[in-house]
Design a protein around this ligand. Structure first.
Ligand SMILES: O=C(O)CCC(=O)C(=O)O
Length: 327
């Protein structure tokens, strides 16, 4: 389905949509409990995940040429665009609106609750955990995705984001900079579903969406972002707040960021990235050589890009059927 064919006017015109109560409270509680168990021994979780991915990478190693890639990641000084947004070179991000509460940071660091200290992501939950895997195919999520994307659907990558209190790490001071999920390795559109596990407010790192109505299409990541995100366009940014169990869905071209957490409580959301099961896997970006990679799909369905497993180890069919020669 093309974006213009989506029947939800909100999504079709803006590139994103919020669906309230996708998961009822008891199901959110189940996910939180499972996430708590995983975070309590996160090192073991990560070691197992990495070992399994390395095993597959060894098994399916291809003789591929390393393409020269120029470094786009040199950080530059911060310049304000508006009161709410700044840029470093071509990377644009929401800025902190109030000073960091150092006492709250110290309390979070001393807390028994690992989420108060964990400033990172838990990746590939659907690969490694039966509870998360089942929820990735939840009928409420699948129903919406069928209306936004395709009748045949696969989850190809998932990760849980946590922002601890007053997170300030990295070059963007705890924000996640504006980007498109893109996923240029698919021949067809993809859609992200992000489910809130905690309440998400303007103060603790909500989504900032740039409505797609201006039709910016694929923007070169990261070179083209600041050119698109002028002060004028940033005035139209929409801040999306969510209750636990609500979900934000966005299209692959929709530019979005999340702000820093400016509260004393952590904020979690589970991002699930879905593709059309009729997509092919390969080079489907623009003509820019920067986007060219070596793609390989093993006979048993492992997707490899430049000798690294691309996304999850298994692309999980959540609706409809699989197709030969496709993801
Ligand atoms: O949870 C976040 O802070 C970032 C989410 C995001 O950017 C995404 O899911 O694409």
């Amino acid at each position: 389905m093309e974006l213009s064919e989506v029947r939800h006017a909100d999504f079709r015109e803006n590139g994103f949509m919020v669906v309230r109560n996708v998961l009822p409270p008891d199901e959110v509680a189940t996910l939180r409990r499972r996430a708590d168990e995983i975070i309590s021994d996160v090192e073991t979780y990560r070691q197992r995940d990495t070992a399994e991915r390395q095993r597959l990478q060894e098994l399916y190693k291809q003789d591929v040429e390393e393409l020269p890639r120029y470094n786009t990641f040199a950080e530059q000084p911060e310049e304000r665009i508006t009161g709410r947004y700044a840029r470093r070179g071509d990377r644009v991000y929401p800025v902190r609106q109030r000073p960091i509460d150092e006492a709250a940071v110290a309390a979070a660091q001393a807390s028994d609750n690992p989420w108060q200290r964990f400033g990172s992501t838990l990746d590939h939950l659907a690969d490694n955990d039966a509870v998360f895997r089942k929820f990735a195919a939840h009928p409420n999520v699948v129903k919406v995705l069928r209306e936004l994307l395709a009748p045949n659907l696969k989850l190809w990558f998932d990760h849980l984001y946590n922002k601890p209190p007053y997170n300030d790490g990295g070059p963007y001071g705890g924000a996640n900079r504006f980007h498109q999920d893109g996923f240029f390795q698919f021949s067809r559109r993809s859609v992200t579903c992000w489910i809130a596990l905690d309440e998400v407010t303007e103060a603790n790192g909500c989504f900032h969406y740039v409505p797609i109505a201006a039709d910016y299409g694929q923007v070169r990541f990261d070179e083209g972002v600041a050119e698109e995100l002028t002060a004028e366009r940033l005035e139209h940014t929409v801040l999306v707040t969510l209750k636990p169990g609500d979900a934000a869905f966005h299209d692959r071209w929709t530019m979005h960021a999340t702000g820093p957490n400016e509260t004393d409580q952590h904020r979690r959301g589970w991002a699930m990235h879905y593709c059309d099961a009729e997509s092919q896997f390969g080079n489907f970006a623009n003509d820019d050589p920067w986007w060219e990679h070596a793609y390989y799909q093993s006979p048993d369905g492992v997707h490899i890009r430049d000798n690294i497993v691309a996304g999850n180890r298994r692309y999980l069919l959540v609706a409809g059927q699989e197709f030969p020669g496709c993801v």
